[in-house]
Design a protein around this ligand. Sequence first.
Ligand code: HEC
Ligand code: HEC
Length: 373
Amino acid sequence: MRKTTSQSITSQLICTLALLTISITSHAAEQFTEAQAEAAAANYQQYCALCHGADRQGHVNDHAPSLRSKSLLETGYPWAISMAIGYGRAGTPMAPFIDDVGGPLGRQEIRDMTRWLYLEAGVEKIDIDENPIVGDIVAGAEIYSGECAQCHGEQGEGITGTALGNQAMLALTPDAFLRHAIANGRQGTEMQAFAEKLSSADMDNVTAFLRSRATGWDLEKPVYRAPPPPEEYVLNPQGEDPGFKLKDDLYITSAQLDAALQAGKKIVLLDTRALPLWQMANIEGSVPLPYYYDYKNLEALAKDLPRDGTMIVTYCECPRAAAEFVNRKLKEQGFEKLAVLYEGIQGWIALGYPVSAGETIAIEASPIPASSD
Ligand code: HEC
Ligand code: HEC
């Protein structure tokens, strides 16, 4: 298995970035047509608004960051943003969206989305320094636990703030991108501008500390496995109804679901996450029905599901946004016996319940911004 060190991918990205900067400044506006912008805006609503918000404001679900803050767009465009959309941030609710790894969007659509986000934000791209930032890692670690961990997590796992220990994030962003976010904050969010609070040396120290946590990032592509055919949607078709007692008329716990499956109850289990996540690991017997499928066409969404009062349970990563969204869509379609798995699949796994893991193969992440971008 290939290990990409953050160092090598970072230097690769720096070269690409340098090339891009030149071509972007020369071609920028004229290559982006009204039609491309409209398609990107529609894709945004279908695939992203659920978490990042209809107006790109962020923090609507799963603490998905703002996609319109000045500091993100001026330093993240095009590289950090397009790579985040394409390859996701494994272990967080941010799924990979590029078709290379089974996602719903093509490379050009991701470029267009990236461009659209940039233009909507109405900021000027600034060229960030590509050199590593040198700092005192031990001092940085202290600042991190004192000033950052309450939002970003002791281990950088992310709480209300993003996962600063995420290996994909670290591999695909240069030091100066992090340093810029720390100094300037993220406008319109809880992330304050630390230039007002920390010395320049301390901001270098905490940046160096974050970088020191990068251990390398493996990109894995799931080996495609076919979703079950409609005649296999219902688990235990001869079984009885699970008779779930729902919390808040909506939720069941992992323990309830596990007990019902063990006891052979009749259930349809819908995995509402982006498809690559289902391909990689899912709860055995689940049917992938990503929240973005047939978003406008409710009938198509529901056409293969049983209408005989079979219990339909939805779950997602995250813990609940996508699962609740699909639950609502099904309700609008007249389905009545519905429940959402309260803890999501991450909670299910954390509680020690089994998943069916798919095979993956290691692949290289190829740059998404084109040199003609
Ligand atoms: C299920 C919720 C969810 C959906 C849907 C989603 N995202 Fe995200 N996204 C997140 C979360 C959560 C993060 C932060 C992950 C982390 O902690 O690093 C994120 C991070 C990002 C980032 C990195 C931003 C930064 O500050 O570094 C970008 C860019 C992004 N998402 C764009 C998109 C786009 C575009 C779409 C639609 C194609 C999308 N996301 C769909 C939850 C989501
Ligand atoms: C009060 C909570 C809070 C504190 C304290 C905080 N942050 Fe943040 N931070 C956030 C939030 C929320 C975001 C995402 C903002 C957004 O929506 O874009 C963020 C974003 C970031 C980002 C951008 C990550 C990305 O993927 O684009 C970096 C880097 C960062 N914070 C570093 C730090 C550091 C270092 C500290 C301590 C010196 C710190 N933060 C303290 C809440 C916080």
